[in-house]
Design a protein around this ligand. Structure first.
Ligand code: GLY
Length: 346
């Protein structure tokens, strides 16, 4: 095992470690809660068995959930609940999510709901789960009306980000993780590209842990972690989940820059900087397809969780990111047009 580093999400008595590095999964044995007699491993068929830690002296039950956003559903939660009950899981046992963001969101919500809440730990096996989904206690599932509309804040007792998992990560998953990583450049307004991949993962976790520690339930600054996500979630839903979350976030990041520009909050140069990070540093495509119906995108964005009374976005400004409410639909539509036209010579 190479050197591991341990970061912390500081939430008082609910604080927990995040261990990063090659072979980090083995560190989990010493991080499970005292007195656990059963562990319910929630994973997917495409997660290599080698990434699932082994435990001695406890009963381990395996639950495999389906792949794809359609399986991030209340039906999956019900199947897990019934499986946990049949396996005899009690309040002093633990759920272990082993996989990407879909697994950690679903395993976390199942743990939050079963017996009104039992312990959960995660082995993050994708870049996206490592830098975002597995950290911070947001759990949940989709309903046909929107992404992540049902869920709970439920902090894990430990997270391990085993970078060995990245050796075999499919290109599409790698792209999604790079999309979420790009987001952090705009949150801290720093160029993280000089860092090695492992250092960058640790830095993204450090930034996220610091934000979550200061605003666990998203009453303020935590909303900035949703930069790019308002359009992203609308794209995911309206593409019938054929565009993956991280890919949609990339489109959402540059769209948010266009919207801020249309509203006079940032200049063209800052829009170009957004493209430079996502396309240049991370090699990702930010093209917004003509295939999306703008009315449908706007309707989805109105259902976003941030939109309590009006269309609400995280937007850039000369002072950095902030949550902006009461955005006019005219600006939203103008920015969709500006995004589609960007870089298209007339
Ligand atoms: N993924 C955004 C958050 O955890 O707040």
């Amino acid at each position: 095992m190479s050197a591991l580093r341990t970061l912390s999400v500081d939430l008082g008595e609910r604080s927990y470690p995040v261990v990063v590095g090659r072979g980090a999964r083995h560190a989990l044995r010493t991080l499970m809660p005292q007195g656990v007699r059963r562990i319910a491993v929630v994973t997917q068929a495409n997660v290599p068995d080698a990434l699932i830690p082994t435990f001695e002296g406890v009963e381990v039950h395996h639950f495999t959930i389906g792949d794809g956003e359609a399986h991030k559903s209340l039906e999956t939660i019900q199947d897990l609940m019934r499986g946990f009950a049949r396996a005899g899981l009690t309040r002093s046992d633990c759920v272990l999510g082993v996989g990407g963001g879909l697994v950690t969101d679903v395993a976390g919500f199942a743990a939050a709901s079963y017996h009104r809440g039992i312990a959960v730990a995660h082995v993050a096996t994708t870049l996206l789960a490592m830098v975002d989904a597995a950290i911070g206690g947001k759990t949940g599932v989709n309903i046909p009306e929107g992404k992540n509309l049902v869920g709970a804040f439920w902090q894990p007792c430990a997270v391990v980000c085993d970078t060995e998992a990245l050796d075999t990560l499919p290109e599409s998953e790698d792209r999604c993780g790079r999309g979420e990583m790009a987001k952090y450049h705009f949150i801290v307004r720093e160029d993280l590209s000089a860092l090695s991949l492992e250092d960058r993962i640790a830095e993204c976790i450090r930034i996220k842990a610091e934000v979550v520690a200061g605003d666990e339930r998203e009453s303020g600054r935590r909303a900035l972690l949703n930069y790019g996500h308002t359009l992203a979630h609308a794209i995911e839903v309206n593409s019938n989940w054929s565009i993956a979350h991280g890919e949609a976030v990339v489109i959402g990041l540059v769209y948010a820059a266009h919207l801020a520009n249309v509203m006079g909050r940032i200049d063209e140069r800052r829009v170009t900087e957004h493209y430079a990070v996502v396309q240049g540093t991370y090699g990702l495509s930010a093209t917004l397809s003509d295939g999306f119906d703008d009315d449908a995108l706007v309707a989805s964005m109105k259902r976003d969780k941030k939109a309590v009374t009006s269309l609400t976005f995280v937007l850039d400004s000369s002072d950095g990111l902030e949550v902006v409410e009461g955005i006019s639909e005219v600006h939203i539509r103008e920015a969709l047009t500006a995004h589609r036209r960007y870089g298209v010579s007339s």
